[in-house]
Design a protein around this ligand. Structure first.
Ligand SMILES: NC(=O)c1ccc[n+]([C@@H]2O[C@H](COP(=O)([O-])OP(=O)(O)OC[C@H]3O[C@@H](n4cnc5c(N)ncnc54)[C@H](O)[C@@H]3O)[C@@H](O)[C@H]2O)c1
Length: 355
């Protein structure tokens, strides 16, 4: 199989964990790595992924080789392994736009080169690095920057994986422009590998499968990385609340008092994320069933597990001549795909596509 050439828009925590996951696979392509759901997707192994470039705005990252950029102070995700061949991929400047709006602006200083960068520079770099797939892992709420990267990928003919909750794949105009240009667009908002959404929707689906009637639910999430710092600003987190509600609705939640979202930044948690979820339902003779769970995960590796599937799905879709939004793999990979499905159907659709 040829390599999949990946660029990262945002060399942050998710990007760092994903690059390490690819490095582990490259070092030993046939080992079964924990958390790697599919050894091949469309014939591609994770070992076939190469990170060839990244874009960022952080003065501690721009202009450095990738391996050095991932030691910047804003990185909270654990270093599990050294990078191999991808370690020298360049971190290029990108226009800042709304990337550092809110609390992020107090911990990340924009590089001068980023203040001068243009969208045309980004598109040109994608062509020069012969990028197959652009992974957009920018801060939530940076809708202008996310759109700018989508336009640059469109101009360069690179498929897009939108890890953020900003609307791309579910925006009909955007997905039509990608379809017309023959470019693949997957999104929106990663559904973490085994995270809060996956577990919460599984509980809801279990209750509904036994004929129970949901009465209320909530999902509270706290963490200590820059994603949570950014999401602590109500102006930045609105799209995340909407996206999580979309995922619960796809699981069958209707007309129920439900709340799900990021609910706090606790710095000492670092890259740990803690989720408290509660689901209440009415069962036989009106009796109450109530489930309370606490889930603790490392946030960024949990994203890397999904990105590993999403980049291979994007390249597979492009190889098959698909373009615009692609329905089959998206409901398993994203919280807010253009068309959501319950988990069991989403998994079957993804595995059918991947085989
Ligand atoms: N961690 C997960 O499991 C998970 C799950 C679902 C969705 N997501 C989403 O993935 C996205 C990335 O999360 P993260 O934890 O990696 O965030 P992060 O804060 O660690 O990384 C964001 C990166 O984007 C950079 N950036 C800001 N503006 C930019 C611009 N204009 N151009 C280029 N780079 C810019 C920042 O400097 C930073 O390096 C977020 O939107 C998050 O909500 C993450």
């Amino acid at each position: 199989m040829t390599a999949i050439r990946v660029a990262l828009a945002g060399a942050g925590n998710c990007a760092w964990s994903f690059t390490q996951f690819a490095a582990l696979a490259q070092a030993d392509p046939d080992t079964r790595l924990p958390g790697l759901m599919c050894h091949t997707v469309g014939g591609y192994r994770l070992a076939d992924v190469r990170v060839v470039a990244a874009f960022d705005v952080d003065a501690a990252k721009v202009g450095r080789p990738l391996a050095e950029a991932f030691t910047a102070p804003a990185i909270a995700a654990t270093a599990f392994t050294e990078l191999g061949g991808d370690r020298n991929a360049p971190v290029l400047p990108a226009p800042v736009l709304d990337g550092l709006t809110g609390p992020l602006g107090s911990v990340v200083q924009a590089a001068t080169a980023a203040r001068d960068a243009t969208p045309e520079d980004v598109a040109k770099a994608l062509v020069e690095h012969d990028v197959d797939v652009l992974v957009i892992a920018l801060p939530t709420g940076a809708s202008r920057a996310v759109r700018m990267f989508a336009d640059a990928a469109l101009a360069a003919g690179a498929a897009v994986v939108n890890c953020t909750p900003e609307e791309l794949a579910r925006d009909e105009d955007v997905s039509r422009r990608f379809a017309d240009a023959g470019v693949v667009l997957l999104g929106d908002d990663l559904r973490s590998h085994l995270g809060a959404t996956c577990l919460h929707t599984a509980l809801i689906e279990l209750m509904l499968s036994r004929g129970l009637e949901l009465t209320s639910t909530y999902q509270l999430n706290v963490g200590g990385n820059t994603d949570f710092l950014n999401l602590a600003d109500a102006g930045r987190s609105a799209s995340k609340f909407t996206s999580k509600a979309n995922a619960l609705r796809a699981a069958g939640m209707t007309d129920v008092d439900g709340v799900a979202g990021p609910t706090g930044f606790i710095g000492h948690l670092g890259d740990s994320k803690v989720c408290f979820a509660n689901v209440r339902a009415k069962s036989v003779l009106g009796s109450e069933v109530r489930i309370d769970i606490k889930l603790t995960v490392e946030d960024s590796p949990n994203a890397a597990g999904v990105i590993a599937n999403a980049v291979r799905a994007a390249k597979t879709a492009a190889d098959r001549g698909l373009s615009g939004k692609v329905d089959a793999p998206s409901p398993l990979l994203f919280k807010s795909p253009p068309r959501g499905l319950p988990e069991s159907e989403a998994r079957a659709a993804f595995l059918g596509f991947a085989s």
